[in-house]
Design a protein around this ligand. Structure first.
Ligand SMILES: Nc1ncnc2c1ncn2[C@@H]1O[C@H](COP(=O)(O)OP(=O)(O)O)[C@@H](O)[C@H]1O
Ligand SMILES: [Mg+2]
Length: 250
């Protein structure tokens, strides 16, 4: 998680590339960002694949035309719907996108059914990577109440420090249990900020994602970040970050 434009989605994509490379599969990628560009960054065109967002499926299942609630369907029903129509299944990874409508109307949707569906879905994977913007901690709680590691990708501004503290507090307030909270410097993070980041935030700093022209180019051209060369600066720095966080040694 982290503020907009800090490099969260590309980090998740390159992290997926890393996990695939070391054979830590199967992986589920969950896109919670309303921007919904995780699929594109891993080379998947959801519309072309005929995959619907969870928001769309929930709306169809639970809300009648006109906006009134239908009788709450059993959790199994939405689970089957998500599995059949909302899950992209690839060779190396699967992907679900939450979609924007859910965020707008989340207060009226049956959280228990959704959480049940996602819980049973996530059990099938070795790793579940969630791409989530800051400020959606409440939404995250509907996806899971337990995660292993949270990576907060920080931008270059001093405001980012406040955001990290706020995000950490809200995560605790909404009751998401986690093992580790790590700070990652986005590609615009500076050495000056690196010197003070741990002291100011009281959180562990893992390191910076290197600026990589190939990432920029790939995003502009709509190319998958999974196809970046392993030796590219961004990939190399993500490998280092992952190893520092204890991945690849389990
Ligand atoms: N390591 C990097 N090197 C160079 N540019 C990057 C890097 N990571 C991200 N970017 C650029 O920053 C933009 C925002 O990155 P993105 O991962 O979409 O951020 P977020 O998900 O936090 O909004 C990308 O479109 C890309 O152009
Ligand atoms: Mg993003």
């Amino acid at each position: 998680m982290g503020r907009g434009g800090t490099g969260k989605t590309s980090f998740v994509a390159i992290m997926a590339k890393y996990l695939i490379g070391v054979g830590e599969t199967p992986i589920l990628l969950v896109d919670v960002d309303p921007d919904q560009n995780l699929a594109e960054m891993v080379g998947v065109d959801l519309e072309h694949e005929g995959i619907r967002t969870i928001a769309e499926l929930l709306t169809e299942t639970f809300i009648k035309k006109g906006g009134t609630m239908q009788g709450i369907a059993p959790a199994e029903r939405i689970e089957t719907t998500v599995l059949e129509r909302g899950l992209y299944e690839g060779d190396a990874f699967d992907l679900v996108a939450v979609g924007t409508k859910w965020i707008e109307g989340c207060y009226c949707l049956p959280d228990a059914a959704l959480k049940g569906a996602l819980l049973s879905l996530t059990k099938n994977y070795r790793y579940v990577l969630i791409d989530s913007p800051a400020g959606l901690e409440h939404l995250n709680r509907k996806i899971t109440t337990r995660v292993d590691d949270i990576f907060d990708v920080m931008g270059p501004s001093h405001k980012s420090f406040e955001h990290v503290k706020r995000a950490y507090r809200i995560i605790q307030e909404v009751g998401i249990a986690f093992e580790n909270f790590y700070i990652v410097g986005g590609c615009q993070f500076t050495e000056t900020l690196e010197r003070t980041v741990e002291e100011e935030t009281c959180q562990q700093y893992l390191g910076r994602i290197a600026f990589d022209p190939l990432v920029l180019e790939s995003v502009i051209a709509g190319r998958s970040l999974l196809d970046l060369p392993l030796g590219s600066p961004a990939c190399r720095s993500v490998v280092q970050l992952m190893e520092r966080a204890g991945y690849g040694r389990k």
